[in-house]
Structures are given as C-alpha cells and as structure tokens.
Design a protein around this ligand. Structure first.
Ligand code: ASP
Ligand code: MG
Length: 442
C-alpha cells in the first residue's frame, strides 16, 4: 500500500490502486477460485483498491472452441465471440460470489460493462478506448471490481468481441492504464519471467526485472509467459507489470520501461547489469526455401507478395549469393508452421511466372534467440553465441539480428541442448535448478 497525502486534497489519504489478473490455471476449479478470492481480499485488507481481470476457468476456452467446431466446420466469428466471452463471465461471477462469502463487497462486469471498447475484428479485436465509468463508481463505493478478461464491445457493430487467445493480459494492462493503477500484477502458475524456459534449461533463473523492450523480444521469439500485445500496451502507456505466481507470495518479475529501469539501476546495489537478459526458444516455425530464383531485380518482391497474400507472417529471410554459372539464387524464409501449407500452395501456383526451380519445406527447425539491452553497448555478444554452438557441433542455418537480439535457426533436435549451452556461455546459469511446476504461464 502507498500511503500519501494528495496535494490537491490534503485531507484525503491516497491508497494504491492495484490491478490483478488471474489466468485460467489460477481459477481452474472452486477451490482455486476461493484461493484467489482470499488473495484479492488480502490486498483489499491492506487498504488498496483492487480491480481484477479474470480468465476463463482452466481449459474452458479450448472446450468451447471444440464444441463450436462440432456444430459447424467454420463457426461464424460473431457467434464464436459470443460463445467464448461466456467463459470469462462464469469465472468473474463465481469469483465475486467467493469474495462475498468472505464478507467483502465485490461486483463483476463484462468487458462491455467495463467500457472495454474495441475495433470490430472478431477473434482478434484491438482495444481502442477504455471508459471505466462503472468501475470507478464501484470503487468509490468501496467494492472490489472484477472484470471479465479477453473481451470488449464495438460501438459501430454493437457486438461483443474477443481480443485473441491469451487476451486477458491485455484487458488487465488496459484497465491499469485507464485507471492509472500503481501496478498491474499478472498472476499465473509460474513464478515470473525466467532467463530461459525452465522446462528446457533447468538452470534458468527468475529475473527480478526486465525492460519492456527486452520482454517484447523474448515474447516475440518464443517466451510464452506474457502475451505480446499486453506488453506492447504496457510499453505505450507506461504501465508497470509485475508477473508473479498465484501459488506463492514471493515477488515475481517487474517488467519496466527503460526510464524506471535506469532509475532502479542508479539506486541499486551497483551490480553490473547482465548484457544478456535471456535465451528464448521456439519450435513453432518452419522454413521454406525457394530454389533457383532468377537473380534479377524484382524477384524477391514477387515472392514475398505471393507469400503475404497467402496470409503468412514471415520472420527471417536469407538469400544466398547466386551462382555465376546459372545466374540463380536460393531464398529461404521462416514462418509459423501453421502458415506453411498455404504459402507453399500459393508459391507453387506462381512457379511459372516467377520462374524458380523448386520449393523445399522443412518443419524440423528450431529458433534460438539471445536477448539483452546490453548488446547496444557491448561487443562480442554474437561471437559468444557462435562459439558456444561451434563447440557443441551445432550447425547454424540462418541468422538474424535486431539492436538487442540475435537469433539463429538450428535443427529442432539440437535446440534444447543448444539453449542450455548458450545459457551457460552467457553466465546466466543459477546455482540450483529452478523449481518447475508444470506451469503453462497462463
Ligand atoms: N480465456 C482466453 C484464452 O484462453 C483468454 C485468456 O486466457 O487470457 O485464450
Ligand atoms: Mg485461458
């Protein structure tokens, strides 16, 4: 709790406003809901105002999706959002009831009641405005506020929308921004953000802090603990995220903007910042190689226009030097595994007009990424990565970099061991093995 006196209203004591988000695994059954209710009540008892965003219980969303597919091969997007948004209505009402039985006032609100205004894109709506009038009223009346995560309302279509899988994180961050909360606590079944996935790298350590910039790179490259759109939103609106576990009271990881991070470093213990924040792994990508592309201007444009039209989201791209004898080059790119079939089909259809020789599809690749803001100011970071992989005898198939990230594509079978060795090479290993609850981070 933050106790202070408002300059504008000296007679008024300021309490903290905390937004808490509980993922599906934290409210999977009645017992879990009661445990979460107790946690919320404890925060309220400490004097803070509490707003909660909650996900659907356990695997409810998957079960609803499954049901939908049993009645229609391609369910209408509007109806699917009606259906899926019901999952969060169940958990929010149950949570409010559980809080009532502990003698506290709580009120639940759907996304639209909470003023979560989105665009009209069913299944992947973006939040365009938050008008939490009813939430403020409820808070002013001393109630704990519970909001259904993952959903909103579009003003033009007047329909319910959902934000995409894992969208409750975004609900929580958007509420925290709109209500100017002091912190947005994101509760799941893991202890925080780790230097690597502890299920793959047992010596992974929990980070005390990570910058939003690093978190975005980690999330975009395979780390699943925080939902990427939520981190983007937090970065844009300066929301402080605290990712922590529902099952313990220890501190998790603070996700901070660079200004806050720098301030913390200054007043910190003078310990030097590690150059690398973490190692992310991703087995979700495939590689397509377009062989024998005529080495003339415009061919890359043709190829990637075709790929884009198929709806695929291209990640890395590599073109080799063309052979002088043939005047042809190979272009390889990676994309999500699920996007590969459509991209291949689209490319095959245009083989004649583009004039390439053949296509190779490889879904046995793994992507390893090393992320750290310290890369901006330190040299030799990539050399350490390549050296570690070379000692291990792992072949690098593709390389890409950003200002604060280096990624390589290796064989899928090599990924786990490569991650362990690289983690070690950057001095990230903890003294002991991380306790792994079979957590999903949801
Ligand atoms: N219930 C939704 C899902 O499973 C939203 C969330 O969990 O954040 O994707
Ligand atoms: Mg869920």
């Amino acid at each position: 709790m933050v106790l202070g006196v408002s300059a504008a209203h000296p007679w008024r004591i300021i309490v903290a406003l905390i937004v808490q988000k509980y993922g599906g695994s934290s409210v999977a059954d009645a017992e879990s809901i009661k445990r979460v209710a107790k946690r919320i009540v404890d925060a309220r008892r400490a004097g803070d105002d509490v707003v909660v965003a909650v996900s659907a219980m356990g695997d409810t969303t998957d079960e609803l999706l499954d049901l939908a597919s049993q009645v229609a091969p391609i369910p209408a997007p509007r109806e699917l959002d009606m259906l899926l948004s019901s999952g969060e209505r169940i958990s929010m009402a149950l949570l409010a009831m559980a809080i009532h039985s502990m003698g506290f006032e709580a009120r639940s609100f759907t996304g639209s009641q909470a003023g979560m205004i989105t665009d009209a894109t069913h299944g992947a709506a973006r939040i365009v405005d938050v008008t939490p009038v009813r939430l403020r009223e409820a808070l002013d009346e001393g109630a704990i506020v519970i909001v259904a995560g993952f959903q909103g309302f579009n003003r033009d279509t007047r329909d319910i929308t959902t934000l995409g899988r894992g969208g409750s994180d975004t609900t929580a961050v958007a509420l925290a921004a709109a209500l100017k909360a002091d912190v947005c606590e994101i509760y799941s079944d893991v202890d925080g953000i780790f230097t690597a996935d502890p299920r793959i790298v047992p010596r992974a350590r929990k980070l005390n802090t990570v910058t939003t910039e690093e978190m975005l790179e980690l999330a975009a490259n395979g780390a699943k603990v925080l939902y990427i759109r939520a981190v983007e939103y937090a970065r844009r609106h300066g929301v402080l995220i605290h990712a922590r576990s529902t099952f313990s009271s220890s501190e998790g990881t603070y996700v901070l903007d660079e200004t806050r991070h720098a301030a913390l470093q200054q007043q910190g213990d003078g310990m030097e910042e590690p150059i690398v924040a973490g190692v992310a792994t991703d087995l979700g990508q495939a590689k397509i190689t377009v062989i024998g592309v005529p080495d003339v201007p415009g061919k890359a444009a043709e190829i990637f226009k075709i790929v884009a039209k198929s709806g695929a989201n291209v990640d890395m791209i590599v073109q080799n030097v063309s052979a002088a004898a043939t005047g042809r080059a190979d272009i390889s790119f990676t994309l999500p595994k699920a996007d590969a079939p459509l991209a291949l089909k689209a490319l095959s259809g245009e083989q004649g007009s583009v004039g390439f020789e053949s296509l190779v599809h490889d879904d046995q690749i793994g992507k390893l990424s090393v992320v750290g803001a310290g890369m901006r100011t330190h040299s030799g970071v990539s050399a350490t990565l390549f050296e570690a992989l070379s000692v291990l005898g792992v072949n690098i198939e593709m390389i890409s970099t950003s200002e604060i990230r280096i990624s390589v594509v290796v064989r899928a079978d090599d990924l786990a061991e490569a991650a362990r060795v690289v983690h070690s090479a950057y001095g990230l290993d903890g003294e002991t093995e991380a306790t792994v609850h079979a957590g999903t981070g949801r």
